[in-house]
Design a protein around this ligand. Sequence first.
Ligand SMILES: Nc1ncnc2c1ncn2[C@@H]1O[C@H](COP(=O)(O)OP(=O)(O)OP(=O)(O)O)[C@@H](O)[C@H]1O
Length: 956
Amino acid sequence: MSSLTYDLTLAGLSIGSAAALTGIGLIVTHRATGVLNFAHGAIAMVCAYLLRQFTVEWGWPLALGASVTLLLVAPAIGLVLERFVFRPLSLLGGDPARTLVASIGVFVLLVGGAALVWGTGARTDAPTLVPADPWRQLAVAVALAAGVGAVTRRTRFGTELRAVVDDRPLAVLGGVDADRVAAAGWAFGSFTAGLTGVLLAPYVRLDPYGLPLLVIEVMAVAVAARMRSLPVAVVVALGIGVAQSQLTRLHPSGWAEPLLLAVGANLFVVALLVAALVLPGIGTRDALPRPVTVRAATPPGAWPVAVVLFLLPLGFAGSDLHTSVQVPALGVVLLSLVVVTGRGGQISLGQAAYAGLGALFTALLAAGRFPGLPRLPELAALAVAVLLVAPLGVLTGWPAIGRHGLALAVATFAVGVGVSRFVFEQPYAVAGLSLDRPAGFGGDRAYYVLELVLLAAALLAAHTLRRGRPGRALAALRDHEAGASAAGVRVPALKLTAFVAGAALAALGGGMLGMGLRAFDATEYDPVRSLLWFAAVVVLGADSVLGALVAAALLVGLDAGARGGVAAALIGLLAVLVGRFPEGPYEALRAAVSRLRPERRATLTPVGLGARRHLRTATGGRPGPLAPPPAVEAVATTGTGGRPRPHPVPAAPPGTGRGSGPHPRPTPAAPRTGPDTVRETGSHPARSLPTGPRPEPAPPAGAGRPPGTGGGPSRRGKAGAALRGGADAGTLVARGLRVAYGGFTALDGVTLDVPPGRVTAVVGPNGAGKSTLFHCLAGTLRPSGGRVLFAGRDVTRLAAHARTRLGIARTFQQLAVFPSLTVAENVRVGAEQGRIADPGAAERALRLLGLDGPVRSLPAAGLPTGTLRRVELARALAGSPRVLLLDEPAAGLDTGEVSALARVLRALAADGTALLVVEHDLDLVADLAHTVHVMTAGRIVASGPADRVLDPGSGG
Ligand SMILES: Nc1ncnc2c1ncn2[C@@H]1O[C@H](COP(=O)(O)OP(=O)(O)OP(=O)(O)O)[C@@H](O)[C@H]1O
């Protein structure tokens, strides 16, 4: 090996060792606690500053300073974080979105705190702990990895750690002290962070922003190791380190030279992009699309106050006015996060990249340096820049389609870092670039007026995106992605739209910021800003436009007078605490105030209680359609105290499977109830829904309609009838469906028909494959073999939302409502995204399910299960479906509610809808279904009319 190669390899091993340490720390913390610690780099930076403080400022011996820093302070930071930040969150359910916000909060808090204490300037006198000897650094990293590996594999603690990682609740039940495991994970993770910081500090710029970012960039190492394997992390870290070092020998020429040089110098960033965007999402706990925030209530009178406050700077002069110029611009940037994260529920840690691109493109366009475009006046340049940046929103929108939680956080952060390193910091893009304000708006006051106009336009855009149809779809996406898809929301397209709109808004704000400062300054759009802005918007109520404006004013105002870092420290502190107040900052404050005034507590009824109170009023004393009729209610409360247990599910062919307990015998044919009956239920549902015995199976669609068809929910009925053409129009068919999970066959050639006008039921013991079949029909699972046909069309490869739009609606076994939306809005989502745009459909569905009283205006959050089942069914019906798939619709309902549900379902079948019910409650199935299929071990083992299949005595 030539001496240059050898030297470069050594240098690379040195960098790689530091990266390996970071990877080890991140993985250990993640494994012990499930938290991807974004604050890792900030802890490293704080420890580096502390060691410098002890040795350089206070003159301590290096060994003492290093011991105190690494063995006392660093683990103590981890323990404090575990005890006071993350343990309370894990007690609240350990929602990854909230722990992510908290870890970003810690990052921002430490960075802000360090800036406050040590200033923002870079230090070049950090003490050298381990001389620039790569072998020693490598030895440290390898020894640590080996030590952790040995502890994990060989000790009791390691067993406990693995138990907690596999299943925390189960481990706790088994006597493992999960808090102790988490505390040890945090202490060790912080120790490695500290070690990384003190090792790196002498060789890089030690400043509050740069070092943390440098450390967090090497997160690629841990992501590439799937947050699990320490040896993989170490090997990847050393490999990238050495490769990056060797690449410095290359001297490419030609047009690609600057880019290749940038890639060579930023190989960890390239690795982060690859690991975050190409590899599948990390971890199993990252796939929770729960909202980061709830709907924030706007305090009364807040808007007029905000308007006055935003007009106030017009009376300022000098530096105050000059500083104020940043507020509207930052407000616009933060509005982009309100749309993407607040309303759409999509974590975006790369928003500064879009803001920066907005400023950069504006500057390039105004300077006539944008390839292929002429020089433009400033305002036109800003407008064109917004249009150019908007489609780049797919850079983060595309990963969001398949990623949630942590995986999405890492992917968007990676994009932000990539843009920063490969565009903003490259001389070829930004050298000699200046940016002026539009002609006529050169002065601060005039420019501020222009900004207010642009802010108003951005507010209008944000308002449009948050209200009305797109706003409801976005909120549905945020609240329950699968539910939104089932309601017909085109989830992938909507995510892309949200990110594109977010990119456009951020670009506008970024351009305004650049013009305000009269320069493109890359540090204004540093990836750390993304984290700060994200935290600021989340803590001030992510779905609140006003919150974004307040955040902008706070961020600019706090940092203007005092030392830099105050705003970051405050926002960080709030972000650390925000998970404790899931109801939102304003509500938390209101609740706190109310605790001081006990006599007013009654007015602060929690949503659930308030909802119930309203519900009683909503039904006006008369039971809704799914509420028990009085007689049943009396039995339910005085008799068995609940509904009778369902019969055991038959596991064998007919004639042997039915339980011996009493059950309602399938009753003889009754007069058919026509759709008119259903319509009448709009006003008096409980009384006018068919209460008699099960109606005769309706003839197949197209084979003639019963009298009374002309009425309707009946516009729906008519539309449905018009669309139902031939004999199999509207029939959902499964043909030879096969699904295997690994080597286990869950569906083994299942074939069945779900014809219009009939209730088809699937029953079977646990694990028979009913849910798997249901998922194949609904489009949430693609079978490995067989086909799903609807109205003669092959829909096997069609996504869930596309099937909904064709007319295949579904409900969920676990409720899938949108808690932040009102009952009426929940149902409207179904009507707006469904098969046919029918403005009256939502109202009819609300009436049919008895949700048209005051309950319609209540948020779904906290309503009782019975009501929410009605909401879900109403949402499905509002899309005017031709097929309705119901997964255990009776789960959680009491006897009266089940009877009422059965009446509604019968009426729907009578109206020509095809119904498939997967149900454990055989009484309900016997009462409702025309055809029953019995499943066992992935196969249908018996099929036929309900009375024959379910009743052993009937000799079927
Ligand atoms: N994602 C999965 N990975 C591996 N196995 C799975 C998965 N989902 C289901 N299974 C297995 O496939 C089989 C069928 O499951 P499925 O949930 O479809 O049954 P089911 O009849 O709906 O049961 P239940 O009535 O309990 O809901 C079961 O043995 C289950 O353990």
